[in-house]
Structure formats: C-alpha cells, structure tokens
Design a protein around this ligand. Structure first.
Ligand SMILES: Cc1ncc(COP(=O)(O)O)c(C=O)c1O
Length: 478
C-alpha cells in the first residue's frame, strides 16, 4: 500500500492493524500508545513510531515470500492472526532477541519452548563447540545418546526406555504407531485444540497454527488417515466415556497435551487426567501424554510428575534438544520393546540422536536440574501473569490468565477457559492490538491468542516489571 508522506514504521503498523484489527467494532478511531500510533481506520494518518523501525524486516520478508510459501518455514511465524508481517530475527541471548533493524525485545516465545535457560547460553555454546570438533553426525551410535537417554529416563516417571527422533511431530507419529502396534487396535481419542505435530492422523481439530489459521483440517490428508481419529472437548470426561462406550474394544489410545499449550494455555480440571488414566486401564487402551511442550517445563519430570499421573507413553521435544532439533518418545519397557529393531514396529531417522542435539539437550537438562529452577520460574511467571491480568482488568478489559511454573497464557475473555470452545470466545482483534502495542514497547509475545507463552531462567525480575509496565500503557490505549 502506498502512502506518501507517511513514515515507514508508522505505515507498517497502520497496515498491520488494517488487516488484523480493522474489523473490531470496539475501535473505530485510532488509539495511541506512547511509542506508536495504532491506527484502525485507514483515513487516519499514523504518527511515526520512534522506537520501532521495521524497514529491513519488511524488505527481507518481501524477498522471503518469493522463496518460501508464505515467507516462512512454519505457519504461525507469519503473524497471520495478528496481521502484518513477522519481524526477522538477527540474534538472541538470554531473555532478549534483536531483529535485523536493531530493535531489542524481551522474548516470551523462547523458540516456542526450548529456551528454558535462555537463548545462546554460554555453557551450551561451549559444549556444542567441543562436540562439533569431533563431527556433527555419524549415522551410528554415540555415547552422548546414552547420556541423554539416562537423564530422560531418570527424570520422567513413565519412561523406562526412550527413542530419540528429530522433532515433536516425529515423536508423536512414532508414539501413535507404537500405541496401535502394541494394542492391536486402531482408533484414537484426541482433544479439540490439542496439537500433536502435523502428521495426518492428528490433523483433526488440531490447535496451534491450524487453529490460528482457522483451518478445520488440511487438504491433502486422506479420509483413510483420519478415519480412526475421534475427538472430544478437552476437560470433558463424559464425552470420552461416550466415545469408549460407542467404540467398545476399539480404542488404542487416548492422546493429549496434559496441559494444553496449543489452544492458548488451558489446565486440566482436578480429576480429568486421573479419570483418563482409569478409563484407559479399564479398556486395555494406552494413555499418551504429549509432553513436547510441558516436558521439563512444568517440572523436571514434566506434567506427569507435576500432577502425579503416569501415562504409558510420553512424547518429548523442545527442551530436551536445548534449541537444536530433537524429539523423543518413551514409556514402559514392554511397550518400547515393540519398536524396531527390538520389535516389529518400524521407525527410523538419519539424523536421530545426532551428537549436537544430544549435547545441547544434556547441557540444558543439567542446568534445569539444579535446585530452585521451578521455584524461580513459578515466581517470575506468576508475577508476570498476575501483573498483566490485573493491568488489563484495571483498564476495563475482559481478560483471564494463568501459569504453571515457566508456562503461561492469557485470554481476552472473561473466562474461565476449560477448552478450545471457551478459548475461541476471546477477542482476537483486541489481542492483535495488544500484541503490536507490546512489540512496539519491546516485548515479543507469541503472535497468536491461541499459543502459550514461556519464561526462562534468564528472565529477570526487571524484565517482568518492564513487561508489566508496558502492558499497563498498552492496555490503556487499546
Ligand atoms: C504439544 C506438541 N506436540 C507436538 C508438537 C510438534 O513438534 P514439532 O514442531 O517439533 O514438530 C508441538 C509443537 O509445538 C507441540 O506443542
């Protein structure tokens, strides 16, 4: 869009709001924050934003769109649900990220979860440099795999044996095939708004980018791939009972995020997880906790340790790779011995267990195993969420939020939010305005109402205070 005489950054922000928030009935006129004018009507001239210049990001993204679908390699990065375009990151350290225009942000995305000790940790980088001297991939066993496997098995209550893969998607694919192979049954129960990676059988009422883009399913997924996928609302045990009743003897597995992070942050009702544990046992079905996000984040032993419920199989990713590509699935020994070459269920990977990913994972786990990790995350994250929610309410917005240790979220709705239907009552246009207001204040939040946020050991009390102060300013203006 051309607009002569309007400074670049201001125009950028105008365009963002034009696409994301202009449908908001609550704001027909522009609203100003200290740092940026957020115009929601195209006939208003925006003011120049002195703090946030995004010219280089704009150029780079224009080039990226010619090279990669939508300009990105993972959909949610494209900022579709908040409008506008992504900022292009140059570097990250500790709790901070810098874009290629030189803007600095306090980061609450943490690479979508892995960065629990902060970005580019010195110890992790030093260990990686040492490992790299010996080679980056062998396609053959190495000692580092034993080391990380020992650490994971010692930490996660359900895991007696583990298989490393390269992503959370692969971990969930493997876990599902394993559950079907072990039980000899095919049907699965998953929950609306839960995301288990992009493998065909899971792309039914999935969360994360699928929710963000409002895609009910994905073209290209054959009916045959999802015929056995049955869905229930999260936190609705009666719906799960009914599915078991209607599909007697056919359910291989109940597969879920024990705390949802891909429909926003949603916690389980008190008896939900224990009821799932009970019904799966009674029906000779398996219970899989997808802890790709919650593993080592809610506690060192993950959500299963935090809630005291042990599933049969667990999937992991993110933190156990310390920022390098990793996933894993593990569980009871008798179940895991179904996996090839110990057993007949095939699953393999050229780069699985590669020394770099194992090294970053080992160093990261060593650090978070130290005393005080989760108390610290609880303190700063609690302060953050309480500060944001209180500031929002004070400014007259409907908002609710919560956290468990280093994982958090808030919704622009009164709440309570127990499932994806509740989450979708959120005012997403208002979220978009809040997101851009915070970005202009130097705070990088997940660019979607339907994603969880993450803190790290590198976030300081000062970071939290600055973030809350920024939120107070932005809430007053949106
Ligand atoms: C709970 C959960 N499972 C699976 C995945 C897929 O992991 P990946 O993106 O590494 O393939 C994600 C990704 O965010 C996730 O949050």
């Amino acid at each position: 869009m051309a607009a002569s005489g309007i400074a670049g950054a201001g125009l950028t922000l105008l365009n963002r709001f034009s696409s994301a928030a202009s449908s908001s009935s609550s704001s027909s006129t522009r609203c100003r924050t200290r740092s940026v004018t957020m115009a929601v009507s195209t006939d208003q001239k925006p003011k120049t934003n002195e703090k946030l210049t995004l010219r280089k990001s704009e150029e780079a993204f224009a080039a990226a769109k010619e090279l990669m679908p939508g300009g990105v390699n993972s959909p949610v990065r494209a900022f579709k649900s908040v409008g506008g375009q992504p900022i292009i990151i140059d570097s990250a350290k500790g709790s901070r990220m810098w874009d290629i225009d030189g803007n600095e942000y306090i980061d609450y995305v943490g690479s979508w979860g892995p960065a629990i000790i902060g970005h580019a940790d010195d110890q992790v980088l030093a260990a990686l440099a040492e490992t790299m001297k010996k080679g980056t991939s062998f396609g053959a066993p190495c000692l580092l795999e034993n080391k990380l496997a020992e650490m994971v098995i010692a930490a996660v209550p359900s895991i007696e044996m583990v298989r490393f893969v390269n992503s959370g998607t692969e971990a969930c694919m493997g876990a599902l095939r394993l559950a079907r192979a072990f039980t000899g049954k095919e049907k699965i129960i998953k929950f609306e708004g839960c995301y288990h990676g992009h493998a065909d059988p899971f792309l039914v009422k999935a969360g994360s980018g699928v929710a963000t883009l409002g895609l009910p399913d994905s073209p290209g997924v054959p009916k045959a791939a999802t015929y056995g996928t049955l869905t229930a609302p999260y936190n609705d045990f009666a719906a799960v009972e009914k599915i078991f009743e209607d599909n007697k003897g056919e359910i291989a597995v109940v597969f879920l995020e024990p705390v949802v992070g891909n429909a926003g942050f949603i916690t389980p009702k008190p008896d939900f997880l224990s009821s799932l544990r009970k019904i799966t046992k009674e029906n000779n079905s398996l219970l899989v906790f997808d802890e790709v996000m919650t593993g080592f984040r809610l506690s060192y032993g993950g959500a299963q340790e935090y809630f005291g419920i042990t599933p049969d199989i667990t999937t992991l990713g993110k933190i156990i790779g310390g920022g390098l590509p990793v996933g894993a699935y593990g569980g009871r020994r008798d179940i895991m011995e179904t996996v090839a070459p110990a057993g007949p269920m095939y699953q393999a990977g050229t780069l699985s267990g590669n020394p770099l990913a194992m090294t970053a994972g080992i160093q990261t786990l060593k650090r978070i195993k130290e005393a005080g990790t989760y108390e610290y995350l609880d303190n700063i994250t609690g302060e953050l969420v309480q500060g944001i929610v209180e500031a929002g309410k004070k400014a007259g917005h409907a908002i609710c939020g919560g956290h468990i240790n280093g994982m958090f979220g808030f919704f622009f709705t009164q709440g309570p939010v127990y499932n994806f239907t509740d989450a979708k009552k959120s005012d997403t246009a208002k979220f978009a305005k809040f997101f851009w207001g915070m970005l202009a204040e130097g705070v990088y939040l997940a660019p979607s109402q339907f994603e969880a946020g993450f803190t790290s050991l590198a976030h300081t009390s000062d970071d939290i205070k600055k973030t809350i102060a920024a939120a107070e300013r932005v809430f007053r203006e949106i």
